[in-house]
Design a protein around this ligand. Structure first.
Ligand SMILES: *Cc1c(COP(=O)(O)O)cnc(C)c1O
Ligand code: SF4
Length: 450
C-alpha cells in the first residue's frame, strides 16, 4: 500500500526516478514549461506507470511531464530567460499569463455560452449544452491526482480565475433539474470529481438521491482516478464508503456511469488498476472509457486496439475517441484529421464487435461533437464525411454532411463546406444561438473573400 504523494513544480526534483535519470537541462525544461502549463504527478504514476529505461519515448512520461516542445520556441525562450535571470513570482506569472492567452485558453466557448439560469440566477459551475446531459463542476473536484499535459481544462489548473467554473450548492441544481425534465444525466466533472473525499461527494450525491427527481436517470463521473490513483477505490481510507455510495445510488434507481479517461494501455496493466475496476463494477456501476488521440502518446492504431481489448477484458465499455482539442499545446499533440480517422479505422477493424461500442474520432467543438465518418469522393470531389454525435441542436445529430478534403486540417475551424457551398447546414442557426457575439470565429474564418 502506498500513500498519495503529489509532485508539482515545487518538489518535482525530489522524484527519485527523475533525480536518477534526467539531466540538468531536462529538469530545467520541465520547470520552464511547468511555469506556463499545469504540472502535477504523483508517486504511483512515476513509480508504476512509466518505463524509466526509455522515458523519453514513454507515453505516460509525455502524458504527465511537461515537454520542452510543448511551448513554441519564442514562448520557451521568454520563460527560460526570465527563470535564468532569477525573475520573481509576480513577473513569472505575468509572462506566463501573456503566453497562456495566446494558447486559446477557452476552447468551444465553454464559459460564456453554456451556463444556464434558474429564476434569474446564473448557475455558475454548471454547463448545459446537450439536451439530456448537464455538466456539474463541484468546487472541491477541480483538481486531479495528476495532470495530463494535453488537458483542455488547463486554464483552471493554473489559476486563470476568470476561466474557472465551480459550484458548491446543490439546491439550485435540483431546482434546475425539476424545471428541466429533459435532463436525464448529471455529469460530475472537473478536474476530477473523484478526487473529492467521500464525505464531500456524499453530500452532493445524497442530495440528488433524496430529491427523488423522477427524470434523473444517471449520475456520471468524468474521472481519471482509475488511471492516476486507483488506490482511490481500493486502499484509500474512504474507498469502501465511496463504493457504498455508488451502490446506494444504484439501489435508488440512479445509474452510476464512469466516463473514465485512459489514454494508453499501460495505464491498465497494474494489479491495482484491475482491482479498482473490479471493485467499481461490483457496485453495479458501468465504466465507459474515452481518450483523445495524441501525437507522442497514442497515435498508433495498435495502441488503441490493445487498449480497447484490455478495457473489454476488464469489463469496461469503450465509448469515445476524441480529436486533440484546439487549445494549449495543440501544435505538439495534434494529429491531422485524416490520420486520426485512419488510426480509428485500423484499430476498429482489429477488435471484435464487443469493443466496437467506441465512437469517433470526434471533435468537441462549439456546435457539437463532430465525428469524422470517413473520406470519400462525391460528385467528383474528395470530401470528409462528417456527422454530429451531439449537437447544440439535437436535430443536427446523425445527418451526414460534407467538408472539402484537406490533408492538413486538424480541427473543425480548418474545414470548409464541400461542393462550393458557403456554409455548413448548421451555421446560421449556430451563429444565432451565440448572440450577443453573433459572428463566431468558426464562421468568420469561412466567409469567402471575393
Ligand atoms: C461530451 C459532452 C457531454 C456528454 O455527451 P454524451 O455523448 O452524452 O456522452 C455533455 N456535455 C458536454 C459539454 C460534452 O462535451
Ligand atoms: S484527468 Fe482530465 S481534467 Fe485532469 S488533467 Fe487529465 S484531462 Fe485534464
Amino acid at each position: 500500500m502506498i500513500t498519495y504523494q503529489p509532485y508539482t513544480l515545487r518538489n518535482f526534483r525530489e522524484i527519485p526516478q527523475l533525480k536518477e535519470r534526467l539531466s540538468a537541462e531536462e529538469l530545467f525544461d520541465i520547470e520552464v514549461v511547468g511555469n506556463v502549463l499545469p504540472f502535477k504527478a504523483n508517486n504511483y504514476v512515476a513509480g508504476q506507470l512509466i518505463d524509466w529505461d526509455n522515458y523519453r519515448e514513454d507515453p505516460i512520461f509525455v502524458l504527465t511531464f511537461p515537454q520542452r516542445a510543448m511551448l513554441r520556441p519564442e514562448h520557451y525562450a521568454e520563460m527560460s530567460r526570465a527563470l535564468k535571470a532569477g525573475a520573481r513570482k509576480p513577473e513569472l506569472k505575468l509572462i506566463a499569463n501573456k503566453i497562456r492567452l495566446e494558447l486559446n485558453p477557452h476552447p468551444a466557448g465553454q464559459l460564456a455560452h453554456n451556463v444556464p439560469m434558474i429564476d434569474g440566477v446564473k448557475l455558475t459551475g454548471v454547463q448545459h449544452k446537450y439536451r439530456e446531459t448537464m455538466l456539474f463542476f463541484p468546487s472541491q473536484g477541480q483538481t486531479c491526482h495528476a495532470y495530463c499535459t494535453f488537458c483542455f481544462r488547463w486554464p483552471q489548473f493554473v489559476g486563470m480565475n476568470e476561466l474557472k467554473f465551480a459550484m458548491r450548492d446543490t439546491e439550485l441544481i435540483i431546482k434546475y433539474l425539476r424545471a428541466n425534465p429533459q435532463v436525464t444525466d448529471v455529469l460530475f466533472t472537473g478536474g476530477d470529481p473523484l478526487i473529492m473525499k467521500t464525505k464531500i461527494l456524499r453530500q452532493y450525491i445524497n442530495a440528488l438521491i433524496d430529491a427523488r427527481i423522477p427524470t434523473l436517470k444517471a449520475i456520471r463521473f468524468g474521472t481519471k482516478a482509475l488511471s492516476y490513483w486507483p488506490q482511490r477505490f481500493v486502499t484509500d481510507d474512504d474507498a469502501d464508503e465511496l463504493l457504498a455510495l455508488f451502490e446506494k445510488a444504484g439501489q435508488a434507481g440512479i445509474h452510476i456511469a464512469f466516463m473514465a479517461h485512459f489514454n494508453h494501455p499501460n495505464e491498465l496493466q497494474t494489479d491495482i488498476a484491475a482491482k479498482a475496476i473490479r471493485r467499481v463494477l461490483a457496485t453495479g456501476a458501468v465504466i465507459r472509457t474515452q481518450s483523445p488521440v495524441m501525437r507522442h502518446i497514442n497515435d498508433q492504431a495498435e495502441t488503441w486496439a490493445t487498449m480497447w481489448q484490455k478495457q473489454v477484458e476488464l469489463g469496461c465499455v469503450p465509448y469515445y475517441m476524441f480529436i486533440a482539442r484546439d487549445t494549449g499545446a495543440q501544435h505538439y499533440f495534434a494529429v491531422e484529421l485524416e490520420r486520426t480517422w485512419r488510426i480509428f479505422r485500423k484499430a476498429y477493424q482489429k477488435v471484435s464487435g464487443i469493443a466496437r461500442t467506441v465512437r469517433g474520432p470526434s471533435m468537441s467543438a462549439g456546435p457539437g461533437k463532430v465525428q469524422i465518418l470517413g473520406i470519400s469522393e462525391v460528385a467528383g470531389e474528395k470530401v470528409f464525411v462528417l456527422q454530429f454525435l451531439q449537437g447544440r441542436n439535437p436535430d443536427w445529430v446523425s445527418r451526414p454532411f460534407f467538408a472539402r478534403y484537406d490533408p492538413q486540417a486538424i480541427w473543425l475551424d480548418g474545414l470548409y463546406p464541400a461542393f462550393g457551398k458557403k456554409q455548413f447546414f448548421f451555421e446560421t442557426e449556430y451563429a444565432l444561438s451565440r448572440k450577443p457575439k453573433p459572428v463566431s470565429r468558426l464562421i468568420k474564418q469561412k466567409i469567402p473573400v471575393h
